[in-house]
Design a protein around this ligand. Structure first.
Ligand SMILES: Cc1ncc(COP(=O)(O)O)c(C=O)c1O
Length: 430
């Protein structure tokens, strides 16, 4: 994966949220508010989401996939996000009891929720049934048995899509590649497991089989991979004459200036064209996560130490780290950095931006272009942190999780408060 930001100019605005603009002091403003003012008001580290950007991506997904558009909550979820997505008319794809609970607490009706997960417990399935969740995407033979058992208890018939693995290389990081034969997810097409699952589902009184689902992976740039997977899956699904077909999520987003990704609309067109060519009659649905949330946010940190190692490199340590963004450590993902109150300045210096966790691997940006004269106390921000950052984070070293604000039209609202030291010991029993 590309990790290096070679741009020594100012941070490119196409990596920033839609409403990003430069203020009269040369500061970055998002949603009409100065990022340094937000940091002063809410503290750092701070996730700042441009609400208008989130809403616009939801609308794009709705336009591309209509009733079949769902937001993959794993990318980023809190009550405000669940409400926003629901208000915009998207379904919510939840992948655990916790995500489902959040959607329910946000008063999203069950008929707007789709349940995922490769190892759903009886408890998760029961909560989904009690809440009238509209679709269960079934991943395993054990789950088919669980649905039969639950039906014998409560009589509920679940509307089910079977998740299949088409055996396609998604050309993304191994950890986010899910469509290959060797996968913990879904029923393999090549092995015949998918055919067996269809037969079992059709003879299961607890199941109304409504469709086939596949998801080839995440952060996928090569759109041919989507069309290739569709071709294989459609060869299996169309003869079944089921009313629904889900293509999952996975559209990549640019994290660096050197990267470019199709828009959600372009992705929809690619899927639409492929479906037309393949004569798909089923209603097609999709579950974008990253492409809705990633570029909507920046994370703002405070610089705590600057360590210059002569002839080696400069380390700039900030007050967060892999606890709020594990992607660089997990996948070697590349990011950029900039100083939000000097957003138009060139970035001729090079530094490694690291966090404050006790791991050498706690690196946020390996080779960051930054302005000259970064000092202790400066703000430093990383763009494109809206997906799989807060949601994948942790409080390792008992470092409290950051706060999250939504900004739009000149106002900011705190949607997730900063974790406190008391929160950190609140689960400890003695
Ligand atoms: C089944 C499923 N749908 C949708 C998504 C969302 O993917 P992305 O955020 O890459 O769009 C994922 C991500 O892992 C997934 O597993």
């Amino acid at each position: 994966m590309n990790q290096t930001d070679r741009n020594r100019g100012p941070i490119p605005f196409n990596l920033l949220p839609d409403s990003a603009e430069v203020g009269s002091r040369g500061e970055l403003r998002i949603g009409g508010l100065a990022v340094d003012d937000l940091a002063a008001d809410f503290g750092t580290p701070l996730f700042i989401y441009d609400e208008t950007h989130l809403r616009s991506r939801c609308r794009e997904a709705l336009e591309a996939f209509g009733e079949g558009a769902a937001y993959a909550c794993k990318a980023f979820l809190c009550l405000a996000m669940a409400r926003l997505v629901h208000e915009e008319g998207l379904h919510l794809d939840v992948a655990s009891e916790g995500e489902l609970h959040t959607a329910i607490a946000a008063e999203v009706p069950g008929e707007r929720i789709v349940l995922h997960g490769n190892n759903k417990s009886l408890g998760e399935l029961s909560l989904a049934r009690a809440h009238g969740v509209s679709r269960v995407v079934v991943d395993s033979f054990d789950e088919l048995d669980r649905l039969r058992h639950l039906h014998s208890v409560d009589g509920v018939v679940a509307s089910v899509l079977l998740r299949v693995t088409p055996g396609v290389e998604a050309h993304t990081h191994e950890f986010v590649s899910t469509g290959q034969n060797d996968s913990k997810f879904g029923f393999g097409l090549a092995s015949g497991a998918a055919t067996t699952a269809v037969d079992l589902a059709r003879s299961n009184p607890g199941i109304d089989l409504v469709g086939i689902h596949h998801h080839i992976g995440s952060q996928v740039f090569r759109v041919e991979s989507f069309a290739q997977a569709l071709e294989i899956v459609v060869g299996f699904s169309e003869p079944l004459e089921l009313p629904e077909l889900s293509v999952g999520g996975g559209l990549g987003v640019a994290y660096l200036e050197s990267e470019s990704a199709p828009s959600i609309g372009e992705w929809g067109d690619i899927i639409g064209d492929a479906c037309e060519r393949l004569g798909v009659k089923a209603r097609v649905s999709a579950e974008p996560g990253r492409s809705i949330a990633a570029q909507a946010a920046v994370t703002v940190y405070s610089v705590g130490t600057v360590k210059e190692l002569a002839g080696i490199r400069t380390y700039v340590a900030v007050d967060g780290g892999f606890g709020d963004n594990p992607r660089p450590m997990l996948y070697g993902s590349g990011y950029t950095a900039f100083v939000p109150d000097r957003v138009t300045e060139p970035r001729p210096a090079l530094a490694r931006i690291v966090g404050k966790h006790c791991e050498s691997g706690d690196v946020l940006v390996r080779e960051a272009s930054i302005p000259d004269e970064i000092r202790v106390g400066d703000l430093l921000a990383t763009p494109v942190t809206g997906a799989y950052g807060y949601s994948m984070g942790s409080s390792y070293n008992r470092i409290p999780r950051p706060a999250v604000v939504f900004v739009s039209n000149g106002s900011a609202r705190l949607v997730v408060r900063r974790e406190t030291l008391e929160d950190l010991i609140s689960l400890d029993v003695e």
